[in-house]
Design a protein around this ligand. Structure first.
Ligand code: UD1
Ligand code: CA
Length: 456
């Protein structure tokens, strides 16, 4: 077995996208196209991944600066796929198996690629039979199904264009021969580019015609050349993620209205209503229910937690059976202990709600530690920011905070304390007592009432 070297072609401009960003950085399921291709390449455990970059190259490199396993090859001028591979081969030893992938073909899976890598022939091409081959190179095959040549659409005549076997672009070859073939490619074609695809005619002439491997699922080799195709890939990605999560037993109200843009771990009897987006690392415990129109990013929900509709949760951890929403916004550092409940129009940030504590309506709870069985009245605000820095609020267990209370932090509310509605609390409130910080109610008689009195 020869050591595997992967070449990823990612230098092209992607004109048809009409974007200021390099195409391979455009997001699919929230991550750059190229990141998906690299994941797939890594699954094959290669010796090295050579990424050919060029157009707006520094942006591409810096987007992947934390990846240590990439070898970057600069293609200053994009002179074609053949030229790009020629450059990448300069750093690859003779005794190697080479796999060529495209930075804009992101739905590939390692299974079919492994077959290309393992094939015991010097040259293998991944092909697909499609209904509409427009835009792709066409694969001419001989009676044995081997590749005689690949013709680019622009250079094809009407008969060649009618062929529905397309070049996916993805191929595996032995480095030694590929180097010779790539060096012989000429730019005598409609685009005056060095087409990698020309190596197939050369190989056939040498009596080493490329082997064809048909991709089992055409979706895997779809490229993202324009905004329409990118949206199509997004839909395929969504469908794939939905199938995967349903295989784990999750009940999706509508698989077409579910988006997963990251990794998800699930327990049993998880139910997800329509139009839910899961991002980053999400963990949903046994019996978790997610209501409609929710977005969850990097959250860990304990068993039995129920999220009602229209919630936005990021960086949230719940510990057991909690109830959130509808219309709650929980930001990073929100922690809910067993039985805690957060209702509509409540925002939390960097705040822990103790067991069975409740914030039912219209509150902002930031930088706070709230004890168990505390009741937060409607309209309670932790005033955690003084214009310079953030301050902490501590609320002891079983405290009762009346509606429309402003807690000016730093402040401490003792256990079992009661704070009267409408208070502006600027000093600590002692445990077990009623604290009020508002003006007394007075009734001032009006002129009209005085007249009334004299009349009567
Ligand atoms: C290419 C194939 C075509 C195939 C199709 C499959 C060639 C000549 N054509 O066409 O047969 O059906 O892919 O999707 O190979 N790139 C570079 N450097 C360059 C030129 C391109 O790195 O100088 C990269 C691009 O960034 C892209 C890939 O190579 O990731 C393919 O280039 P693109 O221009 O998209 O080729 P297609 O016209 O799609
Ligand atoms: Ca392409």
């Amino acid at each position: 077995m020869l050591p595997l070297y992967v070449i990823v072609l990612a230098a092209g401009e992607g004109k048809r996208m009409r974007s200021e960003q390099p195409k391979v950085l455009l997001p699919l399921a929230g991550r750059p196209l190229l990141a998906h291709v690299l994941d797939c390449a890594r699954a094959l455990d290669p010796m090295r991944i050579n990424v050919v970059y060029g157009h707006r190259g520094e942006a591409v490199r810096s987007a992947f600066s934390s990846a240590q396993d990439l070898h970057w090859i600069h293609q200053a001028v994009q002179r074609g796929t053949g030229h790009a591979v020629r450059l990448a081969l300069e750093d690859i030893p003779e005794q190697a198996r080479v796999l060529v992938l495209y930075g804009d073909v992101p739905l590939l899976r390692p299974g079919v690629l492994q077959r290309l890598v393992d094939a015991r022939t010097p040259l293998v091409l991944l092909v697909a039979e499609v209904l509409d081959p427009t835009g792709y190179g066409r694969v001419m095959r001989d009676g044995l199904g081997q590749v005689r040549a690949v013709i680019e659409e622009r250079d094809a005549d009407a008969e060649q264009r009618s062929i529905r076997w397309i070049n996916t672009g993805i191929l595996a070859a032995d480095a030694r021969r590929l180097r010779v073939w790539a060096a012989n490619v000429r730019d005598t074609n409609a685009q005056r580019e060095f087409y990698l695809t020309d190596i197939f005619a050369q190989a056939a002439e040498e009596g080493l015609p490329g082997l064809c491997i048909e991709v089992p699922d055409v979706k895997e080799v779809l490229g993202a050349n324009d905004a329409m195709q990118l949206a199509e890939l997004e839909a395929h990605f969504r469908e794939r993620a939905a199938l995967e999560i349903m295989r784990k037993g999750v009940r999706l109200a509508d698989p077409r209205r579910f988006d997963q843009r990251g990794s998800v771990r699930v327990g049993h009897d998880v139910e997800i209503d329509i139009d839910v987006i899961l991002e980053g690392e999400v963990e949903l415990g046994d019996g978790v229910h997610i209501g409609p129109f929710c977005q969850l990013r990097d959250v860990r929900l304990g068993p039995g937690t129920e999220v009602l509709g229209h919630c936005d949760l990021q960086g949230v951890v719940t510990d057991g059976l909690c109830r959130i929403g509808p219309y709650a916004r929980l930001r990073p550092g929100s922690e809910l202990a067993e039985g805690a409940a957060v209702g509509n129009f409540v925002e939390m940030k960097n705040t822990r709600l103790g067991a069975h504590a409740k914030a039912g309506h219209l509150s902002y709870l930031g930088d706070a530690n709230i004890g168990q069985h505390v009741n937060i009245g409607a309209g309670t605000i932790t005033c955690n920011y003084d214009g310079h820095s953030k301050h902490h609020t501590e609320i002891g267990e079983e405290a009762f905070i009346g509606s429309n209370t402003a807690l000016v932090a730093p402040v401490h509310i003792g256990a079992r304390a009661t704070v009267g509605a409408g208070s502006v609390i600027t000093k600590n409130a002692p445990a077990g007592q009623l604290t009020l910080a508002r003006t007394r109610q007075v009734t001032v008689p009006t002129k009209h009432e005085e007249c009334g009195k004299t009349d009567g």
